[in-house]
Ligand binder design. Structure first.
Ligand code: HEM
Length: 203
């Protein structure tokens, strides 16, 4: 039965030349889908245009300029010296005293603003509008801001004494703890952490 149907199909198929054209197009498309790298791979993978007589002529014309690899590269030893290495972050331990200079004022190391929240030290330099000397929360710059954030005040007298051990925050109530957790999440999502806050060795 199947053979009979198939035979009749073949018979009808071969009599019409349009079927042959369609079959060829179908085979071409199937192989292009199954083996995409076989045809046109250099053009699609490298982004270069397929070679034409025009591009060949252009290549030949410019071949004298490509005499050496150095000449063909736009990076010369001189320009390489000017390329800036991406900024690196050294994850460190900071005492409150070591954190102090990172307050965004003149003389701040590399002009950076750091701030501690729940024992984590963040680089908040990109929030200089908030934490810079003229910013509304400038008091937090170079400081452990945990207690102030928890209690919702940025007055200077909320900041812990630098000479004393790190604020344990044990007296915070549930609401203040939640508030501090929310602030911590914000800082984690927004600013790079550059270290942790630690006590001075003799504290
Ligand atoms: C008078 C009430 C306050 C107003 C109207 C106010 C308003 C604002 C506004 C508009 C922003 C910018 C938000 C953004 O663009 O993402 C902001 C950010 C901030 N606020 Fe307040 N704020 C107030 C009180 C406080 C208090 C009491 C604290 C905590 C101690 C505080 C801490 C902060 C901090 C740390 C940021 C910056 C967060 C970041 O780095 O993205 N604010 N505030």
């Amino acid at each position: 039965m199947i053979q009979e149907v198939f035979g009749r199909f073949l018979h009808d198929f071969k009599d019409n030349p349009i079927n042959w054209v369609l079959a060829a197009a179908l085979i071409y498309m199937v192989q292009a889908i199954l083996f995409p790298s076989v045809r046109g791979a250099p053009a699609t993978e490298t982004g270069t245009a397929p070679e034409t007589s025009d591009t060949r002529a252009a290549d030949q014309a410019s071949s004298s300029k490509k005499a050496s690899p150095a000449a063909s590269s736009s990076v010369t030893p001189a320009s390489r010296d000017k390329i800036k290495h991406p900024e690196t972050v050294v994850f460190k331990e900071y005492t409150m005293r070591e954190l102090l200079p990172y307050n965004g004022a003149d003389g701040s190391p590399n002009g950076k603003i750091y701030m501690a929240v729940s024992g984590k030290v963040f680089d908040v330099s990109r929030g200089a509008n908030f934490y810079g000397p003229q910013g509304p929360y400038g008091n937090f710059a170079g400081q452990d801001a945990s207690r102030g954030l928890a209690k919702g005040t940025f007055e200077k007298d909320i900041l812990p004494d630098v000479g004393k051990p790190i604020d344990t925050l044990e007296d915070l109530n549930a609401e203040e703890r939640d508030a501090l957790k929310d602030w911590e999440s914000l800082f984690v999502s927004k600013y790079p952490q550059v270290g942790v806050l630690v006590n001075e060795k003799d504290a």
